[in-house]
Every structure is written in structure tokens, then in C-alpha cells.
Design a protein around this ligand. Structure first.
Ligand code: PLP
Length: 387
């Protein structure tokens, strides 16, 4: 049976171009980028080129890009690094939203235990926060505002440029977790007034375990990873040269085709959403339709439990997910769906379908062919479903 992979918000396949770019740095050019001999210098040159590629995709300066192990590390570093510094200036307040990724929420919770106060902005029923909410929450002692660029479960894109402008006006640092947006949305850290930005390679066809943090020139954070002098003394640890090269290649490939991808995937996404809502009774789309990531559709089906739906889809060859992969082992309902006001019984039963440029109209046809039957079958077995 052909496998249809539609869980690209969880992770993506490494593309052939990325793989081919990385291979030499696993085999012939395996030098340590900090070594002074020829093999080391060749690795260092490749790291420099990747830093340029990442910077170019964000309209940043290469000196503002720091490679990390992924989105989780970048979020932890941005939040804890800023707060450790600003606490010395008496700033001990953070503003975030109720539906951030756990890398942000749990970093904030850790800081709460050491005396920080955190404002968790509520999210509207269609999955957005407003710049006005941020403006109203800013205080004299606010150290950092951290709002995700796009939500990983429901794909809603937040008003980042407006929030950035408010933070800039009020003199508060602004971090955004752009892990889901990168490669799907054109990002300009200058136009959007972003001070710190987290990204991760494995969401855009680079391998797992590589990411970056953009840190605007002049911002000093406490280090998260103490060690050697790598990354200009700000992030110790031997550089993951193949991963860094892969991230550089992936981000420049993504930037080159971002408009074409958005156009093609949003048509596929809209056909999926329109047909599911028209053909399956009591189906709902979670998250507003606009602005929304071109690759994200997230549904709830009344009377259905998400786990059963995923298993049946898996048996039919469809790899989808119910909310985020990071919480899939948990029995708790999705904090994102409860943040947009869904009752627990519905928040348990969501289906997230996330596309990449590798998906085709044929994948959508197939999902639309099997999904209504699976939903009907599960409802027949459900003790809570009534026609
Ligand atoms: N932030 C968001 C919005 C994500 O979707 C993810 C991964 O799912 C992360 C952070 C964590 O990134 P990583 O898996 O690279 O640690």
C-alpha cells in the first residue's frame, strides 16, 4: 500500500538536494570547523556559507545567526538567556500566549519558579492574539515578549510585525518561535521588528538536531551551553557541520520557492478543508482560515476519539497526527485546542493534516476517499455519538 505522509508539521523528509549537500561533510570533508588545518578550514568555510544562507532567508546579518541543536534549544536560550540578563536590571515579567509550543511554555514555567511573573495571553476562538493584547500587558518590568509566528497545531499566523512594532516602541525585547513558519512564510526580521527568532531544520527538509537562533546585533544573552569558543563564544560544542550545511541548503531552497509553494499547497489545503466540512457532518475546522499556514488543516469530528481515527488512517496508509508529536504520548487534551475554547471531549478528537511540497493532489483525493468512511465507522461504534 502506498504511504501518504501528511504529518509535515511533526517533521519532514530530508530532501535530495539537502542530502547531497551534506554527504561530503560526513565523508571527505569531516574536519572540525575549529581546527586550523586544511580539513578544518574547509569545514569552517561551509559553516560560514550556511550562516550566510540562513541570514539571507531572514534578511539578517550572518553575524546575527547562531547554530543550535533545534527549535527547543533556541527557544530555551532566547527566553532564559534574556531573562537571566534582564533580571539584574529588575525586569522580571514575561509576556507569552497560552498556546505556545512546550519549549516556550516550559521555559516560562521554569522562570516562574525562580521568581518571574508570566502573563499568558488568552487566544481568540479562531486562534489569534492581537498586538493590542500585547500592548496592554506590557509593564515597566517586562523583560521579554515571546509570541509564536505560527501555531504548530492549528496553523494560525500571528500579527508578528504589529507585535514587533509595539515592543520596539515600548523598548521591550521581542522573541518569536518561527519553527513552523520558516519555509512557509516570508520572514524579514527587520521589517517585522523581531529581536530574537527560533528556527529548526527538520521542519523544512533538513535533518533533525539542527536549528538556529537569530539574535539581533547588540543583544547580549546569558549562554545556555557553556563550553568552547564555538559560535563566537556564545554556544559551546563542536559544530554539527553536516547538519549546518543541510540547514543552509534547506533554507535557501525553501526561500527560492516560497511563493510557488504557498500557492500550490494552499489550494490543496482549501480543497481538503472545503470538502471535509461539506461532506462530513459535525466536522469543524480548528483555527481561522486566514492568515493560516498554507500546509495546515486541523479538524475535529464530534463523537470521535482522535487516537482511533489516527490508527484507522494509519491502517489505510495515511500518516497524520492528532495535535503535536511532542505530546502524542500524553492523555491530556491538546493545550492549543483548550486555549481556543474547545471542550475537553472535542479537544481529544482532533486530526492534523500537514502538507509539504512533496504531497500531491492525489494524496488529497485519497484522504477524501477514505476519511468520511472511517469517521462514519468510528461514530457507529461510539457510545456518545447520536445521529
Ligand atoms: N516550536 C514549535 C512551534 C514546534 O513546532 C517545534 C517542533 O515541533 C519546536 C518548537 C521544537 O523544535 P525541535 O523539534 O527542533 O526541538
Amino acid at each position: 500500500m502506498k504511504q501518504r505522509y501528511v504529518d509535515n508539521a511533526a517533521t519532514t523528509r530530508v530532501s535530495d538536494r539537502v542530502f547531497n549537500a551534506m554527504v561530503p561533510f560526513l565523508k571527505e570533508t569531516y574536519g572540525n570547523a575549529s581546527s586550523i588545518h586544511a580539513a578544518g578550514r574547509a569545514a569552517a568555510l561551509a559553516v560560514m556559507e550556511a550562516r550566510r544562507q540562513v541570514a539571507q532567508a531572514l534578511n539578517a546579518d550572518p553575524q546575527e545567526i547562531f547554530f543550535t541543536s533545534g527549535g527547543t534549544e533556541s527557544d530555551n536560550w532566547a527566553i532564559k538567556g534574556v531573562c537571566a540578563r534582564l533580571l539584574k536590571k529588575g525586569k522580571k515579567h514575561i509576556i507569552t500566549t497560552a498556546f505556545e509550543h512546550h519549549a516556550v511554555l516550559h521555559s516560562c514555567e521554569t522562570l516562574e519558579k525562580s521568581g518571574f511573573e508570566v502573563t499568558y495571553l488568552p487566544v481568540s476562538p479562531d486562534g489569534y492574539v492581537t498586538a493590542q493584547q500585547v500592548a496592554d500587558a506590557i509593564r515597566e518590568d517586562t523583560a521579554l515578549v515571546t509570541v509564536m509566528y505560527a501555531n504548530n497545531e492549528i496553523g494560525t499566523i500571528q500579527p508578528i510585525a504589529e507585535i514587533g512594532r509595539i515592543c520596539r516602541e515600548k523598548g521591550v525585547l521581542f522573541h518569536t518561535d518561527a519553527v513552523q513558519a520558516i519555509g512557509n512564510v516570508k520572514i524579514d526580521v527587520n521589517a517585522d521588528c523581531i529581536d530574537l527568532l527560533s528556527l529548526s531544520g527538520h521542519k523544512l527538509h533538513a535533518p533533525k538536531g539542527i536549528g538556529a537562533l537569530y539574535i539581533r546585533k547588540g543583544i547580549v544573552l546569558q549562554n545556555l551551553m557553556d563550553g568552547g569558543a564555538q559560535e563566537r563564544g556564545r554556544r559551546g560544542g563542536t559544530e554539527n557541520v553536516p547538519g549546518i550545511v543541510g540547514l543552509g541548503q534547506a533554507i535557501s531552497d525553501a526561500a527560492a520557492q516560497i511563493e510557488e509553494k504557498a500557492e500550490r499547497l494552499s489550494k490543496m489545503r482549501d480543497r481538503l478543508i472545503d470538502t471535509v466540512l461539506a461532506e462530513i457532518p459535525k466536522a469543524r475546522l480548528n483555527g481561522g482560515r486566514k492568515p493560516r499556514l498554507c500546509m495546515n488543516a486541523n479538524f475535529s469530528f464530534e463523537g470521535i476519539e482522535g487516537e482511533g481515527l489516527l490508527l484507522k488512517l494509519d491502517m489505510a496508509g495515511v500518516c497524520a497526527s492528532s495535535g503535536s508529536a511532542c505530546t502524542s504520548g500524553s492523555l491530556d487534551p491538546s493545550h492549543v485546542l483548550t486555549a481556543i475554547g474547545l471542550p475537553h471531549e472535542i479537544a481529544h478528537g482532533s486530526l492534523r493534516i500537514t502538507l509539504s511540497e512533496e504531497n500531491t493532489e492525489d494524496d488529497i483525493d485519497y484522504i477524501l476517499e477514505v476519511l468520511p468512511g472511517i469517521v462514519a465507522q468510528l461514530r457507529m461504534m461510539s457510545p456518545v455519538w447520536q445521529e
